[in-house]
Design a protein around this ligand. Structure first.
Ligand code: IMP
Length: 423
């Protein structure tokens, strides 16, 4: 079997969590490959709503295995809270969740360094979720990181002391004073490590490759989105991990020639949370309507998301980078009442028109739009694609024709049941 990969094709918040939950019955294993508690994957079923940050979105299917891969960064305290909330709901995640020994841990000091660096950036701040993501990946790359396997190492406390000293020296040098009570925060952090130790800690690269050899179906679950990738996103306004398909190889230890389908999740309009360029951003009533009707407020930070029209220049770019084989279109139902809907097909930069996503994205870029008639019908009630309004089907056909990639699933609402799988 080959590893299938599911990821976001925009700036995150495309609805990946829901789609993973819907697809989980078709897989044996769901494995997260990057990111950490900066993610907020929202799932809704049986009238309940759940937001997962670190735990893979297949967790609610008790007969399916879930893996937190080596590419993920874990905040033990947030992980503990997620586990407690699953247990309150009657789930026993110790049965179907394994954790890579190579995943890195977020320390409270990483969060303080995150806040300190953002503060120092002033106007240029990234708009980080302040979950300590950047500093934790920085330590990983700089070979100063603290991994899950270190919790059970005999020299655990020595390793911890070295990292803690490095971090506190940096914070003191910059006169940064955390708002939190240091003793309480670290007591909570150490206690939360015990929750991690309740789980089977594995060499996830062996586990995943063994599953594939045994013909088991494994889905790699991405977090954030391609336009937040550290290499291909709108740098420096990006996250610190590899959010693209290649990240599934390094984040799980699977060779490129062992990968199969790449399922790209695309929202019918664009959103972005935090700073950074966004060519199709709307600052008018329509943007406000998308935000209100789409409930576009961050599931991790609660911040209002910036909203704009679907951007095909960016989408074609992210399809290319990821080798997308099929797409899932989400949240088109948010535009059910719109008279007209626009899609950006090219960028006008000075005298030139281009369909290439430039490295320098600045205010000179003017989106060129194609306008579509709104379908003015409630999509959420419909179960059969053929019965959907023609105006909507024309809109879908246009995206497929322009990108050359089929849209295999249309999500018409937040609930698991509001999903149309096309034949
Ligand atoms: P960080 O990863 O928390 O440092 O945030 C870096 C940038 O990525 C900020 O603009 C965040 O708002 C954005 N970001 C991080 N994680 C997510 C996500 O899961 N969805 C959407 N945006 C995200």
């Amino acid at each position: 079997m080959k590893l299938d990969i599911l990821l976001g094709l925009q700036w995150g918040d495309e609805g990946k969590g829901k789609v993973v939950d819907v697809l989980t019955p078709h897989y044996d294993v769901i494995a997260r490959f990057q990111g950490g508690p900066n993610a907020g994957h929202t799932l809704e079923f049986n009238g309940l709503k759940h937001v997962l940050h670190i735990i893979p979105s297949g967790i609610f299917h008790q007969d399916k295995m879930n893996i937190i891969g080596n590419g993920v960064v874990i905040d033990p305290v947030i992980f503990q809270k997620e586990i407690e909330s699953l247990e309150k709901m009657g789930f026993d995640p110790t049965k179907n969740l394994f954790i890579s020994k190579k995943a890195h841990l977020i320390l409270p000091t990483h969060k303080w360094i995150d806040a300190m660096l953002e503060e120092q950036k002033g106007e240029q701040k990234i708009g980080s979720t302040l979950k300590g993501i950047g500093p934790t990946y920085t330590d990983k790359i700089a070979r100063n990181g603290f991994r899950v396997c270190d919790i059970i190492a005999p020299d655990f406390l020595d390793k911890f002391a070295v990292i803690y000293k490095k971090h506190s020296d940096l914070l003191i040098k910059n006169s940064y004073k955390p708002q939190d009570d240091i003793t309480t925060v670290f007591t909570d952090w150490f206690n939360a490590l015990q929750t991690i130790l309740r789980f089977k800690l594995i060499d996830s690269e062996y586990e995943v490759n063994d599953y594939l050899k045994e013909e088991k179906k494994v889905l790699a679950e991405g977090a954030q989105g391609t336009l937040l990738d550290v290499d291909f996103g709108s740098y420096p306004f990006v996250t610190s991990s590899t959010t693209v398909a290649a990240g599934a190889c390094t984040g799980l230890g699977v060779a490129p020639n062992r990968t199969g389908c790449v399922i790209g999740i695309v929202k019918a309009y664009c959103t972005r949370v935090g700073s950074g360029p966004f060519p199709t951003e709307l600052f008018d009533e329509t943007g406000e309507q998308l935000r209100k009707q789409g409930h576009e407020f961050g599931s991790t930070t609660g911040r209002a998301r910036r909203c704009g029209w679907l951007d095909l220049v960016a989408l074609k770019y992210t399809i290319m980078i990821n080798g997308v084989t099929e797409m899932v279109l989400t949240k088109a139902d948010v535009m059910d009442n719109f008279d007209t809907i626009k899609i950006c097909t090219a960028y006008q930069i000075g005298e030139e028109t281009t369909d290439r996503f430039p490295t320098e994205i600045n205010a000179d870029i003017k989106p060129v739009y194609k306008e579509f008639k709104g379908w003015k019908q409630n999509l959420s009630e419909e179960k059969d694609y053929e019965n959907l309004p023609q105006a909507f089907k024309d809109y879908v056909a246009f995206i497929e024709k322009e990108t050359g990639i089929p849209i295999s699933i249309v999500s018409t609402g937040p609930d698991r049941s509001q999903t149309i799988i096309r034949a």
